[in-house]
Write a protein that binds this ligand. Structure first.
Ligand code: FRU
Length: 438
């Protein structure tokens, strides 16, 4: 077991003050795809089936994604209240076939609905461990927002000529509740919805130790000095949590102190995950504009931090932490980004969220006529973003098609921006800022 410091790294108001859109972090406008990933369901929050060391699983020539889903005739804003896991599979990483519900039966599934997680596959046995957020409690009469970490194990993922199947029975077990000391419990929460969710499995390539990262909140007791004693600022206390996991026993989980927190800065550091490149741990989270504390501003965006060990100390990428965001005239077009290594670059997938919509906040979606709420919601995989990374600097290199998650063999061509920059330089013409400027 590696050593870890007790103090979390901090994402501070000073870091965030430097945050701004530039050509290097702003994605192009997204247009609706010809057809959605799933013709019957809206999907959001996607993760790839991986082997324990993080490699994308190859199930007899298929790669598999799991996503949160809700029927597409349900008002998009209500989807979190009914979310279930569905899976999709593809041979070429472009065309996805809907495989149906991950858990064929609701029996024993934890929570009144299931939120984001991660999925680990053992290529030798076909067995899978499916980590997820149990949101609410099973069979609750009124929808609650309590959350805990859970795992389903004992089932398999198989493929035959018909396609890919998730096969139970699955044993569902609770892994962790917030402890109230490192991780805020619901009854301690003073602000917007507390968080204890999105378990993400990670095997540290340097130590071989295995962990679950998750989204939490750092308790800030009444009368604390944080934010100069400002009780409103103190309500914003997002953290990246970590627990020790076991590669042999998926039900083992021991909470450790958080890796990073954003007290007085931001309430939600969502879907934390790590990409390891050349000795550096890149920690990514998604967050919303409306979850920043009063007095600091940010966007719906992917934020990132880097450290030379899993336990930190983490420094924000690009000075502020901002890695990529939506353009100013479509500020909510994508969300819930997930970065992963592909050959010598990093790719980022996300879902197509609200488009043709530039109100200051997502909350105003609820004031649109219902048909407009449906029309302006993507509910499908967004274009994949190609990200350049060098030390603490990142830049957008270009984008791929909606839901194009290339197979490991697929070598991606030079991006259009890079090609233009190369031709300019070959012709001795002056360069221009923009994608690919590095
Ligand atoms: C991010 C998120 C996740 C959560 C899910 C619920 O998009 O807030 O943290 O698991 O949505 O739908």
């Amino acid at each position: 077991m590696s050593e870890h410091p007790r103090d979390a790294s901090a994402w501070t108001r000073e870091h965030v003050a430097g945050l701004e859109r530039t050509d290097d972090n702003t994605t192009p406008i997204i247009y609706p795809p010809e057809h959605n990933t799933d013709p019957d369901n809206h999907i959001w929050d996607t993760w790839l089936l991986r082997t324990p060391d993080g490699t994308i699983a190859d199930v007899d020539g298929y790669r598999v994604i799991v996503a949160l889903s809700a029927p597409n005739d349900l008002l998009p804003g209500k989807r979190h209240d009914v979310a279930t896991h569905r899976f999709y599979y593809s041979r070429d990483g472009r065309e996805w076939t809907p495989g149906g519900r991950v858990f064929a039966s609701d029996a024993n599934v934890l929570g009144s609905r299931q939120w984001a997680g991660s999925a680990i596959y053992d290529p030798d046995t076909g067995e899978a461990s499916l980590y997820y957020t149990a949101a609410g409690e099973r069979d609750e009469a009124d929808l609650s927002y309590t959350q805990h970490l859970a795992v389903a194990h004992g089932g398999t993922v198989d493929a035959d000529e018909e396609g890919v199947r998730f096969e139970g029975p699955w044993t569902h077990e609770t892994l962790a509740h917030p402890d109230g000391e490192w991780y805020e419990r619901e009854d301690q929460s003073r602000g917007m919805i507390y968080t204890f969710r999105d378990p993400w499995y990670f095997e540290d390539p340097e130590s071989g130790d295995t962990f679950l990262l998750f989204e939490g909140n750092t308790p800030v007791p009444d009368g604390s000095e944080a934010c100069g004693g400002d009780p409103v600022g103190q309500e914003f206390n997002g953290s990246v949590g970590i627990a020790r996991a076991s590669s042999d026993d998926p039900t083992e989980c021991e909470l450790l102190p958080p890796l990073l927190d954003a007290v007085c800065v931001n309430q939600e550091l969502e879907r934390p995950h790590v990409v390891y490149r050349d000795g550096t741990y890149y920690l990514f989270v998604a967050s919303h504009r409306h979850t920043f504390a009063p007095g600091v501003e940010g966007y719906d965006a992917l934020y990132g931090f880097a450290a030379d060990s899993l336990f930190g100390e983490y420094e924000p990428l690009n000075g502020s932490g901002l890695v990529l965001t939506n353009p100013a005239n479509a500020p909510f077009q994508a969300y819930s980004w997930l970065a992963y290594g592909h050959r010598d670059e990093v790719l980022v997938t996300s879902f197509f969220n609200y488009y043709d919509y530039d109100r200051p906040t997502l909350d105003d979606v609820a004031y649109l006529p219902e048909d407009e709420q449906f029309r302006r919601f993507g509910g499908t995989l967004a274009p994949t973003v190609r990200l350049g990374i060098d030390g603490l600097d990142t830049w957008i290199r270009g984008t791929l098609g909606h839901g194009h998650l290339p197979t490991t063999e697929e070598e991606l061509p030079e991006t259009e921006a890079e090609r233009i920059a190369r031709l300019r330089s070959e012709r001795g013409e002056p360069g221009r800022d923009g994608y690919g400027s590095g």
